[in-house]
Design a protein around this ligand. Structure first.
Ligand SMILES: Cc1cc2nc3c(=O)[nH]c(=O)nc-3n(C[C@H](O)[C@H](O)[C@H](O)COP(=O)(O)OP(=O)(O)OC[C@H]3O[C@@H](n4cnc5c(N)ncnc54)[C@H](O)[C@@H]3O)c2cc1C
Length: 425
């Protein structure tokens, strides 16, 4: 980026990735404008589980996941659900997903994410010290299981992956000691372990706090403005085109979640993006959890967020849409009952028992890793998307390193595994 440029860098997308990036750019004294087609934080950054964690850095494509996905075909209550579709782009995406699920690619991907994640808590602390109300608290994460064997297996995998980067317990605890790890756990939980220090945020509140701080730093945040494309001389962009007119710019960061592929298409580039749809809702449990809870066999989670409990889960590949399938939401609620006790009796009761039923599309690339890179052929256009299950955790690290890249001109080593070339065309 040239020092003489006085036009702003335009960040397209007001989710956690775009807002964190805008924050670090503005903090470095760069003029910044964020353009968001709806409200700030209205995409995947709204109703997620809010975990900020080290121990879940694994990419979704992993050994065994294809068999697991195949068994889920036609079963809408399965934690990973593929709706069969004859869309050639989706089929090509699945082939790439399958190729990414070997043990060696899984290990490399895991290490790359874990390395990017190293500074996460330090960066969250830095945001708080600068007056951003991150809402982060670190109650730790209890992994709860119905079977002790499953708990041992899960812990062994997580211990191996941690490779000393963070502290994992040596053994799960079993029986009543397991249930005593968190007051919300039911008598069906037979084994559990606590990973200390793991955190939770209210990501929608966090994004709003970033908006407030951006205002103080002199950045503009436009809501309800849709970016449709870009214009500029060969190799550079100097205007962002929107439904409310053109915005002159010195550079662009595309952080538009599942819609990033459409904006790249406007630049003649292809990005294989699928929405990994997940569901959540809020509920006031008689005994709310004190920790973030992970329900091992069913891959459903419960997070203490504000004064309520948010229950979330599922990965659904059913197209890039926000259609809420009530069967999937009910499956999440039912799965949670084994671990939390019968907090509702009939699915028909759910409507009155829960608040804010929500579906959100995780931006999901076929190797499960984000792209955080300059795009080919445009010297001043950057892309930050594809964070899948981990955007809230990785938002600050993404924004920090991407700002170093934009301002310094060369790609930080930490971003090397997240190149555009490995995945886009
Ligand atoms: C059920 C569920 C649970 C999750 N739990 C966790 C968790 O515990 N921890 C964690 O780290 N992650 C979690 N995630 C993942 C996390 O929510 C995402 O990775 C993250 O929110 C992605 O952020 P983003 O900024 O890339 O995308 P988004 O939040 O979707 O933001 C993109 C924004 O770009 C805007 N936009 C798109 N196109 C345009 C355009 N043309 N012009 C202007 N604006 C545009 C959109 O309106 C949107 O607001 C979860 C996700 C789900 C669904």
């Amino acid at each position: 980026m040239k020092d003489t440029d006085s036009a702003p860098i335009v960040v397209v997308g007001g989710g956690v990735i775009g807002m964190c990036t805008a924050y670090y750019l503005a903090g470095a004294g760069v003029p910044v404008e964020v353009v968001e087609r709806q409200g700030i934080g209205s995409g995947a950054s709204w109703g997620n589980a809010g975990w900020v964690c080290m121990s879940h850095s694994a990419p979704v494509p992993s050994p065994g996941v294809i068999g697991y996905a195949a068994r889920s075909l036609g079963r809408p209550d399965s934690p990973l659900y593929l709706r069969p579709r004859l869309d050639p782009r989706f089929l090509a995406w699945l082939v790439r997903f399958w190729r990414s699920s070997s043990a060696s690619r899984f290990r490399t991907g895991y290490q790359a994410v874990a390395d990017l994640n190293r500074r996460t808590f330090e960066l969250y602390d830095g945001l708080a010290a600068d007056g951003v109300e991150t809402t982060l608290h670190r109650p730790g994460m209890v992994h709860a299981f119905l079977s002790a064997d499953e708990a041992r297996h899960h812990l062994a995998v997580q211990r191996q992956m941690s490779a000393g980067r963070y502290v994992m317990p040596e053994e799960p605890v079993v029986g009543p000691t397991a249930r005593a790890l968190d007051p919300a756990l039911s008598a069906d939980v037979t084994a559990a372990y606590l990973v200390e220090g793991e955190g939770v945020v209210d990501s929608a509140a966090f994004v709003r706090a970033l908006r407030d701080r951006l205002g103080q730093l002199g950045a503009k945040v436009h809501e309800n403005i849709d970016v449709s494309g870009f214009a500029g001389p060969s190799g550079r962009i100097d205007k962002v085109l929107t439904n409310a007119g053109e915005i002159p710019c010195s550079g662009v960061v595309v952080a538009s979640g599942v819609r990033s592929a459409q904006l790249l298409a406007a630049l003649g580039l292809r990005l294989p993006m699928q929405a990994g749809k997940g569901y959540s809702f809020g509920v006031d449990l008689p005994t709310p959890p004190k920790h973030a809870l992970y329900f091992g066999e069913r891959r459903v989670v419960a997070s203490p967020i504000g004064s309520t409990t948010r229950i979330a889960g599922t990965m659904e590949l059913s197209g890039n849409n926000n259609r809420l399938d009530w069967r999937r939401l009910t499956a999440v609620a039912r799965a949670s009952r084994r671990y939390l006790g019968p907090w509702f009796s009939e699915p028909d009761d759910l409507m009155s028992a829960i608040r804010d039923p929500w579906v959100g599309g995780r931006p999901f690339l076929p190797d499960g890793l984000p792209v955080i890179d300059r795009v080919p052929g445009r010297e001043n256009v950057y892309l930050a998307t594809g964070h899948g299950m981990l955007g809230v955790t990785l938002g600050p690290a993404t924004g920090r390193y991407l700002t170093d890249y934009v301002l310094g001109g060369s790609r930080p080593e930490a971003l090397a595994p997240f190149s555009f070339d490995r995945i886009g065309a």
